[in-house]
Design a protein around this ligand. Structure first.
Ligand SMILES: Nc1ncnc2c1ncn2[C@@H]1O[C@H](COP(=O)(O)OP(=O)(O)OP(=O)(O)O)[C@@H](O)[C@H]1O
Length: 251
């Protein structure tokens, strides 16, 4: 699925938070959204998900303006894992993942065999099979985060929006998750704070600052010392680690 964001602005009364952002994500591409705290990444993702109504501009999925789409129709095309996604506490892990099937079922029908198979596959993909019957309230932060990712995978959408999906994960699960995001045929936009992880796994990086896009391109073009100084106010050194991956050091 292709995602187009055209001249998009969003804000609250008296404050523009996302300002005139234009961005195209090609089918199957994984785009990393980076930028300092408060630069507008989550707000932009919410607009792309259709959870915020832009004050100006348009979001298109495969060329179609989503402004008037019902939530159910959007949920069949786009899954979104928010930064602080919470869930009713008495659900089991498998029940949370099953929420991803809601948009694909009629309201009068319970989950069928295919739904259960899809959920089992999503739990397996996120290393959660052994936790399927555990209560949500017993989970660690990282297990909750993986459960929400399983819910998003179970949604079987062509697009996937992830807001800092690695922030609670241990190193192994961070790498697994980013591997998944980069290899899936889905079109992915992922907000990340870890610049090295973003550089390694994303096809392209979009750097936000003060609600606008200040750079958009391959990691080597976006992660430059002058840009990082301007945007993050850090003195960075960009190099390669012994495995050949882009590495960012800070003085
Ligand atoms: N509903 C709202 N009302 C008022 N201000 C808001 C609202 N939503 C976001 N903001 C403000 O807009 C700015 C951008 O927030 P946003 O969450 O999009 O940034 P972010 O880049 O995702 O930040 P972080 O890296 O800290 O997650 C922040 O200053 C935030 O306080």
């Amino acid at each position: 699925m292709k995602i187009d964001v055209e001249n998009l602005s969003w804000g609250v009364p008296g404050k523009t938070i996302v300002h005139n952002v234009s961005l195209t994500v090609q089918p199957g591409e994984t785009v990393g959204l980076i930028g300092p705290n408060g630069s507008g990444k989550s707000s932009l993702l919410r607009c792309i998900a259709g959870l915020r109504t832009p004050t100006a501009g348009v979001v298109r999925y495969d060329g179609a303006d989503i402004a008037s789409w019902p939530a159910r129709e959007r949920a069949r095309k786009m899954a979104f894992v928010e930064q602080t996604a919470d869930t009713e506490s008495d659900l089991r892990v498998a029940d949370v993942a099953m929420l991803g099937r809601t948009a694909h079922r009629s309201m009068w029908r319970g989950p069928d065999t295919a739904d259960h198979e899809i959920v089992a596959a999503a739990l397996g993909r996120l290393d959660l099979t052994a936790l399927a019957d555990r209560s949500w309230r017993e989970l660690s932060g990282g297990e909750r985060q993986r459960t929400h990712l399983a819910r998003a995978l179970a949604q079987r959408t062509e697009g996937l929006l992830l807001d800092e999906p690695t922030n609670h994960l241990d190193v192994r699960h961070q790498l697994d998750l980013m591997e998944l995001a980069s290899r899936t045929p889905q079109t992915v936009v992922v907000a990340l704070h870890d610049l090295a992880l973003a550089a390694r796994y994303c096809d392209r990086l979009v750097l936000m600052h003060g609600g606008t896009v200040v750079a958009n391109g391959p990691a080597v073009e976006v992660l430059t010392a002058p840009l990082l100084r301007d945007v993050f106010d850090v003195d960075a050194e960009i190099g390669r680690d012994s495995l050949g991956h882009l590495a960012v050091g800070y003085r």
